[in-house]
Design a protein around this ligand. Structure first.
Ligand code: ARG
Length: 458
């Protein structure tokens, strides 16, 4: 007779609706590999504790490997009573190796098992995300290096502010993503804590060697408190917070590129590969890739805030609410993984329209430069700001750019102006003067490129 793994004390059958409501196999099956790895390590530790003979250990490991292979080959047959990846794998193991399979769960609980699986699974994903992040950053850095000459307007409040280099702008995004890379790496020690050997909550009665388990599974440390071991999901909350912040950066990057790709700006052209058309308006080329990067950010925030709601107010240790950790985590991992790859694709294929960028530079963006010219002649900056402001107002009233005012007009505004004031009206020179660390001068662009290159090679 078929029975649930926990069916011993039950006489009544589970309502089918309840089974469907309770099951997590439909989504936690994607952790099959982590579950098998955890079980193989646990079988080894049972043998070390004298609960399995060497021969039994081998038989169990072979069986677990076969179960794992069935998942990999896509031939694992899910049975009606399978509830989650843990019960499904154990049920299948016992079909393959007989009653010996029933020894695997000795001293173990699905509580320490699932917490272990989640951590193992997430560590793998973090590795992939690290790689994806490095790829996007790498594409931006190489672009910046190749296109470092291109000048464009820099904006604050979306109003033309000061001339910058295109490379400076995209490196800004690269540095945001680089901080995300560092933050992601800093999560690892807190994910890499072994729960296995915590039992249902009160620890393991068979003195399993948890240091051995940690080493076997590649964990950096061991949960020191069994109740914390089974209950802690902060590593998931933290990962969701990380995902949210990283999506904020992708969303902002997307927004810049969306604006710059409009006909009104025309600074960049997205490749066809990352654009779509309109079913009505034949002329349209829409930046759907970027809009989805921006839009999916809200979805990841939802994963984070929803899961924090799940955690709040839970009594200590395991409660079934914790099963609700999986879907938001999986969704965030999938969404951010895809988003990083799309961002990389967009960035590696877009076209920069350098002429358009250059022609959007206007002389008024050098008003700060004009003030700085007077600073160099010894005037306090606060006063120079007023003089320069009056030059802007005069030019505006005469309907000419500030570079067209005559030297006489300038001298009337301030006697410190001399012939060499013409040197102010040069965008390239303005950018090159900003040569302190962090500036957009060519040398400082090269410095940024080499700093990031070095970081990526670590
Ligand atoms: N599927 C469950 C989860 O994801 C596994 C743990 C079940 N533990 C329990 N005591 N019912 O949380």
């Amino acid at each position: 007779t078929k029975q649930k793994l926990w069916g011993g004390r039950f006489t009544g059958k589970t309502d089918p609706l309840m089974h469907a409501f309770n099951q997590s196999l439909s989504y936690d099956k994607r952790m099959h590999d982590a579950d098998i790895r955890g079980s193989i390590a646990y079988a080894k530790s049972l043998c070390l504790s004298g609960l399995l003979t060497k021969e039994e250990e081998q038989k169990m490991i072979d069986g677990l490997q076969r179960v794992g292979q069935e998942w990999k080959d896509g031939v694992f047959v899910i049975k009606e009573d399978d509830e989650d990846i843990h019960t499904a794998n154990e049920r299948r193991l016992s079909e393959l190796i007989g009653p010996l399979g029933g020894k695997l769960h000795t001293g173990r609980s699905r509580n320490d098992q699932v917490a272990t699986d989640m951590r193992l699974w997430l560590l793998d994903q973090v590795g992939e995300l690290e790689h994806a992040l490095k790829s996007v950053i790498g594409v931006i850095v190489e672009r910046a290096d190749k296109e470092k000459d291109i000048l464009m307007p820099g904006y604050t409040h979306l109003q033309r502010a000061q001339p910058i280099r295109w490379s400076h702008l995209i490196l800004f995004h690269a540095f945001s993503l680089h901080a995300d890379l560092q933050r992601l790496q800093q999560l690892i020690p807190r994910i890499s804590v072994l729960p296995l050997g915590s039992g249902p909550l009160a620890g393991n009665p068979f003195l399993v060697d948890r240091d051995f388990l940690a080493k076997e599974l590649g964990f950096q440390s061991v949960a020191e408190n069994s109740m914390w071991g089974v209950a802690d999901r902060d590593f998931i909350a933290e990962f969701l917070m990380w995902s949210s912040l990283c999506m904020v950066h992708l969303s902002k990057l997307a927004e810049d590129l969306i604006i710059y790709s409009t006909s009104e700006f025309g600074f960049i052209t997205l490749s066809d590969a990352y654009s779509t058309g309109s079913s009505v308006m034949p002329q349209k080329k829409n930046p759907d890739s970027l809009e989805l990067l921006r839009g999916k950010t809200g979805r990841v925030f939802g994963d984070m805030s929803g899961f924090l709601m799940t955690l709040k107010g839970l009594p200590s240790t395991y409660n079934k609410d914790l099963q609700e950790d999986k879907e938001p985590l999986f969704d965030a991992v999938d969404t951010i993984g895809a988003s990083l790859r799309i961002a990389e694709g967009v960035f590696s294929t877009l076209k920069v329209n350098a002429e358009k960028m250059k022609s959007a530079l206007t002389m008024d963006m050098l008003a700060t430069e004009l003030a700085e010219y007077l600073v160099r002649k010894g005037m306090p900056f606060r006063e120079t700001h007023h003089v320069s402001g009056r030059a802007v107002a005069l030019a505006e009233s005469l309907q000419v750019p500030i570079s067209e005012l005559t030297l006489e007009q300038y001298k009337k505004l301030c006697p410190l102006f001399e012939e060499d004031v013409v040197g102010v009206f040069d965008f390239e020179a303005s950018v090159e003067r900003r040569a302190a660390i962090g500036g957009p001068s060519l040398q400082m662009i090269e410095r940024q490129v080499s700093v990031l290159r070095k970081e990526l090679n670590q």
